[in-house]
Design a protein around this ligand. Structure first.
Ligand SMILES: [Zn+2]
Ligand SMILES: [Zn+2]
Ligand SMILES: [Zn+2]
Length: 270
């Protein structure tokens, strides 16, 4: 399978409106600090699925040349994870949408003028899509309830995505993520900043170690990190370059003053 990070930004995106910090300046100057809001593309030989559909989806689809998807899976009902669905719906009718019932109820109420094909799923009950197996599990993102992370398995490879969460989550969710070839983890801010709704960089690395992930990429990144080329271990500027898990950061290793920050359009082949 192939994973493309369409948007690695937090809810405000980078640059943030009315901010002139070095990271926002780098983003405005076209650097890799520019981050659109959450969306991940999963591709197999059988099709394409979007994980979350943030408000920047139109531009993300245009620049990746995507005109059709076989489904969208929503992790939770925050605006920065679903609002772009409207953009897509004008291109393709009746997109199958997946999520837990509370999430689908909220989002489809907001999108009441659309009629996507709805599939309610439950935590820990795997479902098949594009020849891959998807399993949602519960994470903790106060005060919203029923927020999901997920595991994707295909051809003996496993990817875990934390979704928006803090470090403390149910033990069954840790078990579901165990031993992933790649963990994509919410790491909104550097370690000196403590948060109640999200993990910081140190907590995200701790999550990778607890789940015995072979490699890790951070996402949902705010402008509070230094500019990308100073802060990240991943600096390819070619949008078509593909990483493999072996080329990614192992959470067991130390990396002084740099973190495994993903970037928009980053691609991983598993
Ligand atoms: Zn978010
Ligand atoms: Zn800033
Ligand atoms: Zn959220």
């Amino acid at each position: 399978m192939r994973i493309t990070l369409l948007g690695t930004g937090d809810a405000t995106g980078t640059p943030k409106i009315d901010c002139s910090c070095p990271t926002c300046k780098d983003a405005l100057n076209g650097g890799q600090s520019e981050r659109l809001r959450s969306a991940i593309l999963v591709e197999t030989e059988k099709g394409r699925v979007l994980i979350d559909t943030g408000p920047d989806l139109r531009y993300q689809l245009i620049r990746e040349g995507i005109t059709h998807v076989d489904g969208c899976i929503w992790t939770h009902s925050h605006y920065d994870h679903y609002a772009g669905f409207v953009e897509f719906h004008r291109i393709q009718k009746h997109v199958p949408v997946y999520g837990v019932t509370t999430t689908l109820d909220y989002i489809l109420n907001y999108l009441h003028f659309l009629q996507p094909k709805r599939y309610d799923v439950r935590f820990h009950e795997p479902f098949e899509l594009i020849g891959a197996t998807f399993t949602l599990f519960e994470v903790s993102h106060p005060r919203l309830k029923d927020c999901a992370g997920m595991v994707i398995e295909e051809n003996g490879k496993k990817v875990a995505i934390t979704g928006d969460t803090r470090l403390e989550i149910p033990v069954e969710s840790i078990e579901a993520m165990m031993g992933a070839d790649l963990l994509i983890a919410d790491a909104i801010a550097p370690p000196e900043i403590r948060l109640i709704k999200h993990m910081n960089a140190e907590e995200a690395l701790e999550m990778a170690r607890r789940t015995d992930a072979k490699s890790v990429i951070f996402t949902h990144i705010s402008h509070l990190y230094p500019p990308h080329n100073k802060a990240s271990l991943y600096n390819s500027t070619q949008p078509n370059d593909e990483y493999t898990p072996e080329k990614l950061h192992s959470p067991q290793k130390r990396a002084d003053e740099r973190w495994p920050l993903g970037y928009d359009r980053m691609k991983i082949r598993l």
